[in-house]
Design a protein around this ligand. Structure first.
Ligand SMILES: *Cc1c(COP(=O)(O)O)cnc(C)c1O
Length: 448
């Protein structure tokens, strides 16, 4: 398949899901563990830009990007060419056995693009969870301490250590314990739900944070503070302005490693290369994945050289970490982000979405909050009585309306009441406008 063959328009030729998808759904139920859930049971045959084509020939608008992965768009020509070329050259040697240039080159790029001008090193892995696990290993090796501080509403993955770091039990942790020890949870500066109001949120959340750590953990025992600069799965919660910078400074005061989990926010998504850039925060260590690989699985831990070099030689690695095909894809994706001006595009997408969501929220009191940054925007749905009671049922109904109309959108949030929009950053603005019309129709229908 060559680039430019899928017209960037929505087109429904059957009801959704269509007959071929329904047939595959039956096969899935018989063959795939029911513990792996499916958001919208439409089976995809191919994709390009911001359009997914299903097995029945329907063309859907993608506002999920496979959870913030396809930021450069599906089948980005640079990524396709780089992957194709690399597959034909070699697919695997294991970097720890016989290395290759792509791995080194990607680590150089990560040093250049991530916040801060200090000397940096990186290590590459396969998934976000694996990157987070390794960031914690590195922080512990560097500090000789064990405790890790994580936040309410945090999501860091599904492996044993990252389940412990993740806040929400259903569905991520239910029945899967015992969990890794030495994880301590503190409140997030969540403006919309801060008990004394958003204006007090940053100050009070920071006071609560320092007091809890001091009393319950002891600063001298803390290896790392781990935080998503904008929380993803937890509901696109943007911490109150100034909160993160104060936490980062506090970490410096106590020799604690400040780890920014930018797996969802990183690589242009928020209208900056990294979400930390906006407030001038320089994390000691940053984890990236998702958009990094342009659709191929790859993850990275990047940090201060002295921290990254602290574990024993041979202490980090893995058979597939920094796979050559994934490295080629990542280098190509980064090239598209740079050449395509995707930082700027993410900002324009954000302005467009924000404008439309604000119009909608003026009409529908069920939209309690609109938040996010750049092309990472969300709305939180509540009962229309001023109580801010989360409405997960309404959220599901709106998402079902979108799905029926051929729009892929995702839910999230601790209370299951947030709709998040994560379009590919290359989406055409007319297609984005159509997607937002469909969202508006679905809100109107579900609230009627
Ligand atoms: C998705 C995500 C992870 C986990 O990444 P996987 O590749 O699914 O393991 C970790 N942290 C954040 C912030 C994420 O959004």
């Amino acid at each position: 398949m060559t680039a430019g063959t899928i017209e960037q328009t929505r087109r429904l030729v059957t009801e959704l899901p269509g007959p071929k998808s329904r047939e595959l759904a039956l096969r899935r139920k018989a063959a795939v563990s029911h513990a792996v859930s499916v958001g919208m049971e439409v089976y995809i045959d191919r994709a390009e830009g911001a359009i997914l084509v299903d097995v029945d020939g329907n063309q859907l608008i993608d506002l999920g990007s496979g959870i913030a992965v396809a930021s450069v768009g599906h089948a980005d020509p640079r990524v396709v060419a780089a992957v194709t070329e690399q597959v034909a050259r070699f697919t695997h040697t294991c970097f720890m056995v016989t290395p290759y240039q792509g791995y080194v080159e990607l680590c150089e790029k990560l040093a250049e693009l991530t916040p801060g001008t200090h000397e940096k090193r990186s290590a590459l892995f396969n998934s976000g969870a694996e990157a987070v696990e390794n960031a914690v290993k590195i922080a512990r090796a560097h500090t000789g301490r064990t405790a890790v501080i994580a936040f309410d509403h945090a999501y860091h993955g599904r492996t044993n250590l990252t389940m412990a770091l993740t806040a929400k039990v259903m569905p991520y942790k239910a029945g899967f314990g015992p969990f890794a020890p030495e994880i301590y949870r503190v409140p997030m500066a969540y403006p919309y739900r801060w008990p004394t109001g958003p204006e007090n949120c940053a100050d009070e959340a920071f006071a609560e944070f320092t007091s809890r750590v001091h009393v319950q953990v002891g600063e001298e025992n803390v290896a790392a503070v781990l935080v998503e600069p904008i929380q993803g799965e937890g509901g696109f919660i943007v911490p109150a302005a100034g909160f993160l910078a104060r936490v980062a400074q506090w970490c410096r005061d106590f020799g604690i490693v400040f780890i920014a989990d930018e797996i969802q926010t990183g690589f242009c998504r928020t209208g900056d290369w990294f979400a930390c850039d906006r407030e001038g925060i320089v994390p000691d260590v940053i984890t990236t994945a998702k958009a990094l690989g342009g659709g191929m699985p790859i993850a990275a831990v990047t940090g201060r050289a002295e921290i990254m070099d602290a574990p024993v030689v041979g202490g980090l690695g893995g058979t597939y970490g920094g796979n050559p095909v994934s490295c080629a894809a990542a280098l190509a994706a980064i090239e598209t982000m740079t050449q395509g001006g995707l930082v700027d595009r993410a900002r324009r997408i954000g302005t467009e979405i924000d404008h439309r969501l604000r119009e909608l929220s003026a009409q529908f009191p069920q939209i309690g909050d609109i938040r996010g940054r750049g092309a990472m925007m969300a709305m939180e749905l509540v009962r229309p009585d001023g109580s801010k009671t989360p409405d997960a049922v309404l959220t599901k109904a709106i998402l079902a309306g979108c799905a029926r109309r051929g729009l892929v959108a995702l839910g999230c949030g601790t209370y299951g009441n947030v709709i998040r929009l994560l379009p590919p950053l290359v989406i055409e603005f007319s297609l984005l406008a159509e997607a937002l019309d469909i969202l508006a129709e679905s809100v109107a229908e579900a609230t009627a």
